[in-house]
Design a protein around this ligand. Structure first.
Ligand code: FAD
Length: 499
């Protein structure tokens, strides 16, 4: 079938976690006048209850929806995030920050890090982070919003509160919310398209297009449509997580902490009124009880919640869009939260759907295009995450040795070779992470390039020293007057809202 000419106006969103309400908010704000939108969720089933760190494009999404930053931050207890501090990753005792900002100023022919490598080869003692405002601000615990500085940032937020915030937003724009448990997915006998969701309370919700946001199980995309799952757990060995929340013990740093442990890693995400902590681990090497004990032994502050294990399988749904069903969020696949990419993927997924929205019927070309873009995006994120694990010299644990010795995706192996040989890094079409991100993590994980671009040799040594010295000083001058992050958050959230 090339095109199904059924007009599409009734959209049914199954699931009301972060994915469901992001989808509802975006559709109602941007296409609400053309669509009739219903969201079905079950309080009894609840949400996954984690997902608290984001990346900068979330701000673009909020601007698109007209969401005021202060209102969002107050509602979700949010703090600002300038990057992630990786501790003990390459080797025990190592530490580096993957910051969100640009690093230095390169030329069109080669990026800044080539000049920095040349300077290092000449014995100049600069750190790459000297040339990144976000990294310097993160280390100093300082922050101001983009209105007052050029700083690029994201947020730490309360995921449950965010879903509620977007729920109010969407309902004000006319999204109908239906409470109930979906017990059956009704499909057309000929086309296999989904026609309706049957709820346990006897209601039947009909629609033309269904967005599956039911979490890991993928009630529509998998259980009803049998789409299939590409398993990546041979590259990303972790299959479990145990989160706990703790009371605040001091000023919130403007970054996430990701600390490598014996069979995985631990996160620390500071919000205004609590701290999110969790251990991501591989159950082949650590039992659930050991994981909970290890986490509790390595956190500060009073524990506010019971540790509860979440099991997951890393990978992607073979087709995020199948027939008249599009999966978003955990239903579409999952790559562990090391670089806080899941909420972002929900946003890009719904944005892409709005760009390709099939008002006049679903065409194969549209579906194929959507699926190809989704695949490229997720595969490159997967490679980026595998990179963190694979490049390690940790000897003390079988888990880390296995990560180092495993065969990695060809696409990643090629990237590592390019960087090792000539310090060449790139951002491919449709890929999320910029060159600066790849460079920070490759260097941070201990990958040492053997060369750099010869163009840099054309700059006389004295000129290079002067250029880098000036740049470093200018970054330091920009960061010095910024307020402490904690003070800024308190003042910012206490101020009057725009309306
Ligand atoms: P869920 O939250 O599971 O929601 C599913 C919804 O479907 C619920 O409303 C549920 O009630 C409903 N539902 C299910 N079955 C039925 C049914 N039969 N009938 C009716 N309703 C039903 N992402 C980030 O961006 N940053 C992070 O820092 C981050 N950390 C994470 C840490 C861990 C350990 C994990 C596992 C994930 C993390 N994520 C993170 C991912 C993030 O949590 C999810 O992408 C996000 O919460 C979206 O989840 P969801 O809405 O797809 O699913």
């Amino acid at each position: 079938m090339d095109k199904n000419n059924n007009k599409i106006s009734r959209v049914v969103i199954a699931g009301g976690g972060t994915a469901g309400w992001i989808a509802a908010a975006a559709l109602s704000k941007k296409l609400g006048e053309l669509l009739d939108i219903t969201l079905v969720e079950s309080e009894a089933i609840g949400t996954v209850g984690v997902g608290e760190a984001s990346i900068p494009p979330m701000r673009v999404f909020h601007r698109l929806l007209g969401i005021e930053e202060r209102a969002f931050m107050r509602a979700t207890g949010a703090t600002f995030k300038l990057g992630i501090a990786f501790e003990n990753w390459g080797r025990e005792g190592d530490r580096y920050i993957h910051a969100f900002g640009r690093i230095g100023q390169g030329s069109w022919l080669c990026e800044f890090h080539h000049f920095w490598l040349r300077a290092r080869a000449l014995g100049m003692d600069f750190a790459l982070g000297d040339f990144c405002s976000e990294l310097q601000a993160a280390e100093a615990g300082k922050f101001a919003t983009a209105e007052q500085s050029e700083i690029n940032y994201a947020y730490h937020l309360d995921a449950g509160a965010y879903a509620k915030f977007l729920r109010n937003f969407s309902q004000r724009l006319g999204v109908r919310r239906v409470e109930g448990k979906i017990i059956r997915v009704g499909r057309n006998a000929d086309s296999g398209f989904i026609e309706a969701l049957q709820l346990d309370n006897g209601r039947r919700i009909e629609g033309d297009l269904f967005i599956d946001c039911t979490g890991f199980r993928g009630l529509l995309i998998e259980e009803a449509l049998g789409t299939g799952y590409e398993d990546w757990s041979h590259w990303l060995l972790s299959d479990s997580a145990v989160p706990v929340q703790t009371r605040v013990t001091g000023p919130a740093p403007p970054y996430t902490r990701a600390t490598a442990r014996g069979a995985g890693w631990q996160w620390r995400i500071p919000l205004q009124y609590r701290v999110g902590n969790g251990l991501v681990y591989c159950s082949d090497y650590l039992s659930d009880d050991e994981a909970a004990a290890q986490l509790l032994a390595n956190i500060e502050g009073e524990v506010l919640t019971e540790p509860k294990v979440i099991r997951f399988k890393t990978g992607r749904r073979r087709r995020a869009w199948n027939k008249n069903c599009i999966a978003l969020g955990l239903a579409s696949g999952f790559v562990e939260p090391l670089e806080s990419t899941s909420i972002h993927l929900i946003i890009t997924g719904i944005t892409r759907l709005m760009q390709l929205f099939p008002f006049d019927g679903i065409a194969d070309a549209t579906v194929n295009h959507y699926n190809a873009l989704t695949r490229t995006e997720l595969e490159s994120i997967r490679d980026f995450i595998v990179l963190h694990y694979h490049l390690n010299e940790r000897e003390s644990s079988a888990f880390w040795r296995r990560c180092r010795d495993m065969e990695i995706p060809q696409s990643l192996a090629q990237r590592i070779r390019l960087f090792r040989d000539n310090a060449y890094a790139y951002q491919g079409d449709g890929e999320l992470f910029r060159v600066d991100s790849w460079v920070q993590v490759m260097l941070g994980q201990g990958l040492k390039p053997q060369g750099y671009h010869p163009l840099t040799r054309l700059m006389p040594e004295a000129q290079l020293a002067q250029l880098l010295g000036g740049l470093k000083a200018s970054i330091a001058r920009g960061v010095a007057p910024l307020p402490a992050h904690q003070d800024f958050v308190e003042g910012y959230c206490a101020a009057e809202l725009a309306e």
